[in-house]
Write a protein that binds this ligand. Structure first.
Ligand code: NDP
Ligand code: PYC
Length: 345
């Protein structure tokens, strides 16, 4: 079991897409999911790579996400709010459908938002952010999850791990992107620690009695903690308000009520806000892109690194050398391809 296999990015994409097609997902869902999961492996983001396939299939099997959904853009009223209904499918194909409309609208109006409703979302947010930056736009992306995080001062799961991401486009180089859970770490990280039999770092979670724990099992049964204490707690709450209540979709406690478990992928909405830096800076001195470079240079000049630098380096390596998977990971992919939905409980 010590052997590894190295696949090209395209070969891994084909394999992941085949798994979803074999499990009965339509081409729209399968393609978008395979793109985002393969991108996670390519960029060395293991908590949102191939490990997520099983959870996505489990959610299909439980009847909580529609494998044949075709997302739908709401009738165009020309305003800054573009709405896409995922029709009970995954968020990723809905985003792919809405992105060109959002980009056109943000360039024309200076700012625009994409609201995705009725979607299952389990992936990282940087693919959405990079969709904006590759169109020359800055942007914010956020969504709730399900109750797993105690607000600061509390001990019981209430907020989700609510990811929050931002991107700024840069000329001739990778964009500035950050993307993180508003909990100390993504829940996927706790699950990966559990599978590897590793203790958690201190400060990530409390057990079901509200006591600090480094045991992943106890953390999964207890509550995760927000990053940065009251600051992360407030940002997590903001995400419940903006990307749950404001867009008429579920909050994390409502998602948990609906699913009844945290073993399936969460069903809720997503909010993506796009800004045209040129439009905002118009009439003011200086080119916003050049001024941003001065700021980035000053950060790097202190010996700090920009967020996503590790990820972009991993991407370059995967694109030139391929993606290396363990024998256990390859066997897992083979099993999912062979058995389809029968492979998951
Ligand atoms: P991390 O704490 O691992 O990293 C978050 C960000 O910080 C990344 O952009 C990372 O860049 C950057 N970063 C890390 N270390 C440094 C450093 N020393 N200097 C500068 N930047 C740094 O992320 P999380 O565990 O919080 O989240 C992981 C993923 O989980 C995210 O992609 C998130 O979207 C996803 N998630 C999804 C959820 C969902 O419901 N769909 C819920 C929760 C999380 P780099 O990658 O280059 O290291
Ligand atoms: O890693 O916290 C997480 C997560 C929750 C839903 C999808 N990812």
């Amino acid at each position: 079991m010590g052997d590894t296999t190295t696949l090209t990015v395209e070969a891994l994409f084909q394999r992941v897409e085949s798994i979803f097609l074999r499990a009965g997902l339509n081409a729209v869902q399968s393609g978008a999911l395979a793109r985002v999961i393969t991108a996670g492996e390519r960029d060395a983001c293991k908590s949102h790579g191939i490990y997520r396939i099983e959870g996505a299939l489990r959610t299909v099997k439980a009847g909580k996400v529609k494998p044949d959904a075709i997302p739908d853009v709401a009738e165009d009223d020309g305003t800054a709010i573009v709405k896409v209904n995922a029709m009970g499918g995954f968020a990723n194909p809905a985003f792919e459908l809405g992105l060109p409309v959002l980009a056109e609208r943000a360039k024309r109006l200076g700012v625009a938002a994409l609201v995705i409703n009725d979607c299952t979302h389990f992936s990282a947010l940087w693919p959405e952010v990079e969709g904006l930056t590759s169109n020359g736009l800055a942007g914010l992306v956020m969504c709730p999850s399900y109750s797993t995080v105690a607000p600061t001062g509390g001990t019981k799961p209430l907020l989700g791990t609510n990811p929050f991401a931002f991107g700024w486009p840069r000329k001739d180089t990778s964009p500035y992107v950050f993307d993180f859970a508003t909990s100390v770490a993504a829940r996927g990280e706790i699950e990966l620690h559990r599978r590897a039999g590793k203790s958690l770092p201190e400060g990530w979670a409390v057990d079901s009695e509200g006591n600090p724990t480094t045991d992943p099992e106890a953390a999964l049964a207890g509550a995760m903690l927000p990053f940065g204490g009251h600051k992360g707690s407030a940002i997590g709450t903001m995400i419940e308000l903006l990307a749950g209540i404001m867009i008429g979709d579920l909050t994390s406690p409502e998602v948990l009520d609906y699913l009844g478990t945290t073993t399936l992928a969460p069903f809720h909405g997503e909010l993506i806000v796009a800004f045209s830096p040129e439009a905002f800076a118009k009439g003011r001195p200086g080119d916003p892109f050049q001024r941003a470079e001065v700021l980035f240079d000053a950060i790097i000049g202190q010996g700090a690194r920009l967020p996503s630098g590790r990820r972009f380096a991993a991407r370059a390596k995967s694109e030139s050398e391929g993606i290396t998977l363990t024998a256990a990971e390859m066997a897992g992919l083979d099993r999912l391809l062979e058995k389809g939905l029968d492979a998951v409980s």
